[in-house]
Design a protein. Structure first.
Lengths: 53, 803
């Protein structure tokens, strides 16, 4: 049963790494603007089409 | 008929407004004005025509009212330093707020600015914040030219030096997310580790595991206690220091007891503790707080006189013109004020003539004529030529700023005043502590070993989690629904106050009337189309507000060029077209024989004379908002209405037709009169809701229990107030009041429900049979049901009122 100690430690480590990843992303401003990138990604296509014409 | 008037509706390709005719066009594309056409051409020349493909008619009508040097202050080194985020020898970075950003075309254009000017390296839009961050080579492109470029394509940035304070405020918001994230993480893990404990209540779990999980839980809950929950401890501490018991006091008491008790149980190996309830509680509480915060993030309400005033002014030192920030103005400085610029400080006129529009201060739109050596108060706007002034008082001591800083104007912090939950929490805390002590005392007699356990259990289970959530969640979702209806409140307490309003006060100009539109009627000898064209051409030369209104009203016709244009101050304007003299102005100026009666004098009339003979006059009266009559009828049934106007009595008759008989009217009110009037009402125990628009209402808005600023464009400034309402939603005020009253009853109901939960929990606690599992289930369930009930019932209430 002592394998549980290791497993629990591992599970904490993994979930903790997700927490750290979230905190990092939050600090880097990944969540500051949740709208513009979704629009921005479509712009290049429009430009490309224009050039073909 | 010299021009063909089309009946077909032509819509401007750029801004989507109706074109008066088809005279401005490129190919098959029509424009409403030359400004729009210019932007279209500019964008086309720079391969930016995709702008028009992403969205239909995305543009903004470009106001051509910029005067040269409008942005000259951006050349000032100090201002530049304050605005730039970053600068080195070649590159600068600036973040500008552009309220006009509204669609994907805007994003596209603003992110392709480098095509317009290759000194712009890159630009990035943050749509939700309506910001654009631009990196540019400042050796080739100054900040001023950059801003001018943006303004020329219709995206004029909103620049105020207060922006920096706002930015620091935003940082706090992200730390709440971090608190929630950590609390959520710990909560989830502790739940997981507590699970074996729940399932094996008979103690079949090996001793090793119990110990291991216990200590692991302690470890995980430490960051929750010291980081996530610290805001509650702080708030409770500050509250107690000010001798008031707020909702955070019983919360802090509950969660700290919960933690200490659990710590004791684990260390003494007497039980698993309540760490799951503890972290869950903090997590839910913080979620509620986050929800509340999200609802009013982007609005800035704390605008003071600084947001009204220009940032800089032209100072004359010797013969040199110098642009200085207005804060550096001193008594005795010579300043130049251009057409349409605001006068920043009380000053003495040095030029011969000035025509000052005090509409900002008094609401009166007619300019006041001033001659040399007259004293001019700050807040007036010059219309006409450049004037020279000598500053008499520092900006901070001017009439307007003093009015603003008047002790009367600052109202005590509303937070301590009447927050329902906080008032309630005082009694709540006292009674909980009393119950804890009494039950502990009773158990002391029955079974001394259990006394402390019971006392602490009471404090734990009574922790008003659901209670604390009820108010912010209800008010938060009400605020969100109102926000969708374009009524924004500074804080949620305002909703509580709105529900208990007894007296409504309206300002007239700009509040009851639409500030842009006015109804214009013509009386007199009929004018031919050509003559209308003459009138329009002539009024185009004048900046007088009535001229501007008339110009916008008259149909666009063949414009003629004016010769010998002359403006007689306070009288009117005249000019020659094809040797015909056109005069527009006062009755006497145009040679009207009829002697004006008193009532005629009160209306705004513009008289016309062409070729020496008198034709007639345009009557310009302001247009009341749509749905006003229904609104005041509904309001008048329940509430007392008062109208405070800075204008003359000219519109009394029109108002009496609309408003119920019980309404009281007060005209010619100065800002101080308005303020005093509201105070009097409050002294009569009335709870006053005030609607106003301009700086002239600012004092009254602050004095009123609730002051709501009515504005046409949300993103522009508004006076310091408790709320901002979009002009087009003005007729819905009654529904909003009703909705806020419903919200208060929803809060009361959810209070009752959470108290019911508390009574059940307390029952177990007092009997000494509160198990960790029971606590862990009851506490989140009570919170979640209360939250669920609130969200559903506010939705239903909103639907019933159709808002």
């Amino acid at each position: 049963m002592s394998i549980f100690f290791v497993l629990i430690g591992l599970s904490l480590l993994i979930s903790g790494s997700f927490l750290v990843a979230f905190l990092w992303a939050n600090k880097k401003g990944q969540f500051d603007d949740t709208y513009t990138p979704s629009v921005r990604i479509l712009f290049d296509d429009i430009d490309e089409n224009k050039k073909k014409k | 008929m010299s021009t063909v008037m089309t009946t077909k509706n032509v819509i401007c390709v750029h801004c989507g407004e109706n074109c008066t005719d088809e005279s401005i066009a490129i190919g098959d594309k029509y424009f409403c004005c030359n400004g729009c056409k210019f932007v279209y051409e500019l964008l086309n020349d720079h391969n930016l025509s995709s702008y028009y493909k992403i969205e239909d008619r995305p543009g903004l009508k470009v106001s051509d009212r910029f005067y040269e040097n409008h942005f000259a202050y951006l050349d000032n080194q100090k201002i530049k330093e304050q605005l730039l985020d970053f600068t080195d020898s070649s590159l600068s970075k600036v973040t500008l707020v552009i309220p006009q950003i509204h669609c994907s075309s805007c994003i596209w254009l603003l992110e392709n600015l480098q095509k317009l000017n290759n000194s712009i390296i890159s630009s990035r839009v943050q749509f939700l914040k309506k910001e654009v961050a631009i990196t540019f080579a400042h050796q080739h492109l100054s900040l001023r030219t950059l801003v001018e470029l943006l303004a020329s394509i219709g995206y004029e940035p909103q620049i105020s030096l207060d922006d920096y304070e706002i930015q620091t405020k935003r940082k706090k918001g992200s730390s709440l997310i971090v608190r929630v994230a950590i609390a959520g993480f710990c909560f989830a893990n502790i739940m997981l580790f507590s699970f074996p404990e729940y399932l094996s209540s008979d103690g079949s779990l090996s001793e090793n595991f119990v110990q291991f999980f216990g200590y692991l839980n302690i470890l995980l809950s430490i960051p929750v206690l010291f980081f996530s929950a610290s805001i509650y401890f702080k708030s409770a501490y500050y509250g107690l220091r000010q001798k008031s018991i707020n909702m955070d006091v019983p919360i802090s008491l509950g969660i700290s007891m919960l933690f200490l008790r659990s710590l004791y149980e684990v260390i003494s190996s007497t039980g698993p503790g309540y760490f799951d309830s503890f972290t869950g509680l903090v997590f839910f509480l913080l979620l509620g707080k986050l929800f509340q915060q999200k609802t009013y993030e982007s609005l800035s309400f704390d605008s003071d006189y600084k947001s009204y005033f220009p940032i800089s002014i032209i100072k004359l030192s010797g013969k040199k013109e110098e642009i200085v920030p207005i804060t550096e103005l001193k008594q005795g400085d010579m300043i130049l004020v251009r057409n349409n610029e605001l006068i920043p400080a009380d000053a003495r006129l040095l030029s011969n003539h000035a025509s000052i529009d005090y509409s900002f201060v008094t609401g009166e739109s007619e300019p006041v004529e001033k001659t040399v050596n007259d004293k001019i108060y700050a807040g007036g706007k010059q219309s006409g030529g450049i004037i020279q002034l000598e500053v008499l008082k520092d900006v901070s001591q001017s009439y307007i700023t003093q009015l603003w800083n008047d002790a009367n104007f600052s109202k005590p912090d509303s937070k301590s005043l009447s927050n329902m939950a906080n008032r309630f929490s005082k009694y709540f805390t006292i009674s909980i502590v009393a119950i804890a002590l009494i039950s502990a005392f009773v158990w002391m007699l029955l079974d001394p070993s259990k006394a402390v356990f019971v006392g602490i259990s009471v404090l734990i289970i009574a922790c008003p989690c659901a209670l604390a959530l009820a108010t912010p969640i209800t008010l938060g979702s009400v605020q969100r629904i109102l926000g969708r209806n374009r009524l924004f409140f500074k804080d949620s307490n305002t909703i509580e106050k709105l529900a208990s309003v007894t007296h409504v006060v309206f300002d007239k100009t700009g509040t009851l009337t639409k500030s842009k539109e006015s109804s214009i009627t013509y009386t007199g000898k009929e004018l031919s189309d050509i003559e209308i064209g003459y009138v329009r051409s002539l009024v185009h030369h004048s900046t007088h507000p009535l001229s501007v209104k008339l110009y916008e009203y008259l149909p666009h016709n063949n414009s003629a060029s004016i010769e010998k244009f002359h403006e007689t101050e306070g009288q009117g304007i005249s000019g020659f077209i094809n040797q015909t003299e056109i005069k527009i102005g006062s009755s006497l100026f145009c040679g009207n024989q009829e002697i004006p009666t008193e009532s005629n004098n009160l209306q705004s009339r513009v008289h016309i004379s062409i070729g020496g003979s008198y034709y007639g006059f345009y009557k310009i009266s302001s247009q009341y908002r749509d749905g006003l009559k229904d609104l005041v009828k509904n309001l008048g049934d329940k509430l007392q209405i008062t109208i405070l106007s800075g204008d003359n009595r000219g519109e009394l008759q029109a108002l009496q037709d609309i408003f119920p008989q019980t309404t009281s009217y007060h005209f010619n009110q100065s800002p101080h009169d308005k303020l005093r009037h509201i105070k009097e009402l409050q002294n009569m125990n009335e709870r006053v809701l005030m609607f106003g628009d301009g700086l002239n209402d600012a004092g009254a808005l602050k004095q009123a229990d609730i002051g709501i600023a009515v504005t046409e464009s949300m993103s522009s400034f508004s006076p310091a107030s408790d709320g901002i309402l979009a002009g087009e939603k003005f007729s819905e005020i009654f529904k909003f009041i009703r909705f806020s009253q419903r919200a208060i009853s929803i809060i009361l109901v959810s209070f009752l429900i959470s108290i019911l939960y508390n009574v059940v929990g307390l029952g177990f606690a007092v009997m000494g049979i509160l198990s960790p599992l029971f606590a862990a289930v009851l506490m989140p369930v009570s919170s979640l049901t209360v939250v669920g009930i609130i969200i559903i019932s506010t939705k239903i209430a909103a639907q019933r009122l159709r808002i």
